[in-house]
Each structure stands twice: as C-alpha cells, then as structure tokens.
Design a protein around this ligand. Structure first.
Ligand SMILES: *Cc1c(COP(=O)(O)O)cnc(C)c1O
Length: 312
C-alpha cells in the first residue's frame, strides 16, 4: 500500500503584504509533502480506492487521462506500490507514434499499459465532454471496459468518485479549530477535492474552490453536488467555486500568473505547481486585494501537488 511520508501534513503561515493589508491570514496546508511519488490530492483520493481494490481482490486498475495527466501517473505508481497492474486509456491516438513525453514515460515505466484513443473514442470511453463542455456520465460502462481491457477496478478521469471525496475529506480533519472565520481553499479540476473538503468542514467554516479550466460554470458545481450525493447521500452548503481565475483555460499560464508564482516562490521559498496551485494562490491574493474576504478571515490553501519535474 501507499504509506504516507508524513501525516498530518505540515501547516505553515504564509501571510504576505497584500493579505496583511486586507486583514487576511493565509496558511498553506502542505499536502504536496504527503508522499514522494504520489503527492497531494492524488494520494488523498487514491488511498480509499486502493483499499477497496485490495479488499475486493482486484488485480488491475483502469483509468483515463490526457497526455500530461497527473492522475494517470499517480494511478500507475499507486498500482505498482500496491501490487496491482494498471491500464491507462490516453486521449490522443497520435501520441501512440510520438516519442513518449516525460509524463507518459513515467506511467509506462511504473508498469502501466497505455492504450491510445482518438478524441471521439476517448469521449465515448471516459464519458466526458471537452473542456467545460459538460456532459458527465455516459461512457462505455464498466462492463464494456472490462470486456475490452480485462477484469479491473475502473477509476474515472481525474479520479473523482465517492471514495476520492472521502479521502480528500481527511485533509479537513487535520485542521484543528476551524470556525466562522475560516475559508479552506483548493484548486478545482474535476471537483473531487473540493467536494471532500466542503463535506468535512465544521459548521460556520467555508470552502472556496478555484476553477483551473475555462467554461466550467454550472458543470463543476453540479459535479461537486453529485459527489456529495454519492459519497454522503446529501448535499452540503458553505462552499463556492470561483470561475474568474482560470487564466484562459486548463494548462494556460499567462505571463502575469508566472510572475506572481515566481514572486511567491522567492518570498516563501516554496516551489509552486503552476496548473493548479499557482492559480489557486494567485486567485486568493487577487480576491483578498479586492476586498472579497472580511478582515479577520483565515484562509487555508491546500497545496494539492508538486511542480512538474524539469525535463531536459
Ligand atoms: C489533479 C489535481 C487537482 C485537481 O483536483 P480535483 O479533485 O480533480 O478537482 C488539483 N491540484 C493538483 C496539483 C492536481 O494534480
């Protein structure tokens, strides 16, 4: 199994000038340090799914992802560490012929069998629309996936299912003394992390998710609510998703965001993952600067992952 490197993950104060001026405190929940190979929310979300796989005697995990999917790499490494095989359905048939990028190579080196699908085939298999296009559900269905790729436990694209939300909820249990002045913040890709955090909050505390993809209004809120129903049998209030800081879309890092991230890294001596974590922190600073949080607010930003490796 995947033993954590450290639990609880560290909580560090990170209030800087802009925030202090707004009367707002910022703490970082260093979930990026939870596991060296499967860091951040991928560890939180996969843990309960791996337990289920082993309990039910599965030998193989199947999941979906794009060319640089952190989830795909995480599943490959987690499967290997748990003695399971894995298969990854990858969006983009052209990638089959291209030299492997560092991310797919890492998944493959961890023993994952990669299957390259055209965008249409991928959509059919994974049951998701293009960025922000919505269209949850659907997909080939687990029976058909198993018929094609063998007996396996199927994990959705991005890994967000009811067990993943339960795993993400554990972050909140590591934060003592949350109350009325607290806002726990995280990036939102598929919404599983936010769903778990929102569900775990004590009364009065709130959660803020920052969408990193464009056009997710409505769709992402629906996903979080769906995960709440699936994992807890009810919906929760006290959370919202900011859609104004995606920087142009998934994976886009505009110059201003890069500049913010580099400045934050210099000031605090922590390396920021750009697609999610830097967007989250930039959003929080921007919102605080604009007076979105009442003075006295204590923000806790969950550092959900590590920067990509520098590839030569
Ligand atoms: C995958 C990922 C996310 C997205 O989490 P969701 O649960 O899909 O919303 C956030 N941050 C990092 C660093 C990630 O790798």
């Amino acid at each position: 199994m995947l033993e954590a490197a450290r639990l609880p993950t560290p909580l560090v104060d990170c209030t800087d000038e802009v925030l202090a001026r707004a009367g707002v405190e910022l703490r970082l929940k260093r979930d990026d340090l939870v596991h060296p190979l499967v860091p951040g929310n991928k560890w939180r979300k996969l843990g309960p799914n791996l337990e289920l796989a082993l309990r039910e005697g599965h030998r193989r995990l199947l999941t979906f992802g794009g060319a640089y999917s952190t989830h795909l790499r995480a599943v490959a490494l987690a499967a290997r560490a748990s003695g399971l095989s894995s298969v990854g359905l990858v969006r983009g048939e052209e990638l089959a012929r291209a030299p492997r990028n560092w991310s797919l190579r890492a998944a493959e080196e961890a023993g994952m069998e990669l299957v390259f699908l055209s965008r249409a085939e991928y959509r059919e298999a994974a049951g998701r629309g293009a960025e922000g296009a919505g269209g949850a559900g659907g997909g080939l269905g687990e029976a058909e996936l198993r018929r094609r790729w063998g007996p396996c436990l199927v994990l959705p694209e991005g890994g967000s299912n009811a067990l993943a939300a339960r795993g993400a909820e554990a972050v909140v249990a590591e934060l003592d003394g949350l109350g009325e002045r607290d806002v726990v913040c995280c990036p939102v890709g598929t919404g599983g992390t936010l769903a778990g955090i929102a569900a775990g909050l004590p009364p009065g505390a709130r959660a803020l998710g920052v969408a990193v993809l464009r056009g997710g209004e409505g769709y992402l809120e629906g996903e979080v609510a769906r995960l709440h129903r699936e994992a807890y049998g009810r919906e929760f209030g006290g959370w919202r998703i900011d859609h104004g800081h995606h920087g142009g879309g998934y994976g886009r890092v505009p110059a201003a965001l890069e500049e913010f991230a580099a400045g934050f890294e210099r000031r605090h001596g922590i390396a920021l993952e750009r697609r999610y974590v830097a967007k989250l922190l930039a959003a929080v600073h921007d919102l605080a600067g604009a007076g979105a949080f009442p003075p006295g607010t204590r923000l806790t930003a969950v550092v959900t992952g590590l920067p990509d490796p520098v590839v030569p």
